[in-house]
Design a protein around this ligand. Structure first.
Ligand SMILES: O[C@H]1[C@H](O)[C@@H](O)[C@H](O)[C@@H](O)[C@@H]1O
Ligand SMILES: [Fe+2]
Ligand SMILES: [Fe+2]
Length: 278
């Protein structure tokens, strides 16, 4: 890669390695408490209900850039690596991936929008609690894999003792494809839904990246791989590429928003309608 490429740092803003969920700090306690709540309350029934409610897309009409600006009001309590406004994270990851993949404009836009679903936390979008918006994601309807961070907190989840849900395959069959798997509810699945239902012309790989970017147990640890079909395996290659820029671009180096805005507006126009239903 040329010297102009993106260089992934080894430590985060707080002097720890990235995604270090055990480092002792004030911030870490909040993150762990976040996962206690998330693992306790995300159940199969809860997700089914959320998919139905938000599938209506009747909360608001707005454009993509408008949403980027709105996202600045959201604080993510699950993230041990980031305390910048969310719009910084969107632009930092998009600009980082753009450096290394200058011709894949769909990847730049994918990075820009991948976290927009976090607006679920805002009152106008139902004001969902943090545990139903952010954090790593995992399948419901089958056993919780040990690869999930803070796995111990699943023991208070009602699904944990449900015999239909607590075997390796649970309600699924091997290689059924991730599209058939019910994932914990949050910003990933919601933004996937919004993009798809509003008729984006982004490629399938982009939708996959948006939908599973928080599924670290799969894309980082290889857990749940038996649920993937061939198409998922292809798309996973892009997700692994994307992840580097999502995670390691989190830094204090600010992007000049006004300077890059025209470029991203042109991408939004290329791949999305002017107004979307949310
Ligand atoms: O804390 C992070 C969150 O900030 C990210 O947006 C999400 O995608 C991650 O998977 C999660 O663990
Ligand atoms: Fe995310
Ligand atoms: Fe992100």
């Amino acid at each position: 890669m040329s010297h102009n490429g993106f260089m992934a740092p080894h430590i985060n803003t707080f002097g720890h390695s990235f995604r270090n969920y055990d480092a002792e700090s004030e911030r870490q306690k909040g993150v762990e408490e976040f996962y206690r709540l998330q693992h306790t309350h995300q159940t199969y029934d809860f997700v089914k209900k959320m998919r139905e409610v938000y599938g209506k897309l009747d909360k608001c009409e707005m454009g993509i850039w408008e949403c980027c600006e709105l996202l600045n009001q959201v604080v993510d309590e699950s993230d041990p690596d980031l305390d910048e406004p969310q719009i910084e994270h969107l632009l930092q990851s998009a600009e980082a991936i753009r450096k290394d993949y200058p011709n894949e404009d769909w990847l730049h836009l994918t990075a820009l929008i991948h976290d927009l679903g976090k607006i679920l936390n805002l009152p106008q979008f139902g004001g969902l609690p943090q545990w139903a918006v952010v954090g790593d994601t995992f399948p419901l309807g089958c056993a919780f894999d040990e690869a999930n961070i803070h796995h111990k907190y699943f023991k208070d989840n009602p699904d944990y003792n449900n015999p239909f849900y607590n075997t390796k395959n649970g309600i699924y069959t091997e290689r059924c494809g991730l599209d058939n798997v019910v994932m914990s509810w949050g910003h990933d699945d919601y933004m996937y839904l919004v993009a798809k239902e509003n008729g984006t012309t982004l490629p399938q790989a982009a939708l996959f990246v948006i939908r599973y970017h928080s599924f670290y147990p799969l894309h980082k640890e290889g857990a749940y791989a038996h649920l993937m079909n061939e198409e998922d395996a292809e798309n996973l290659k892009w997700l692994k590429i994307f992840n580097k820029y999502d995670l390691y671009s989190k830094s204090k180096v600010r992007v000049d928003i006004e300077k890059v805005k025209p470029y991203y507006l042109s991408l939004i126009e290329k791949y999305f309608p002017a107004k979307l239903r949310w």
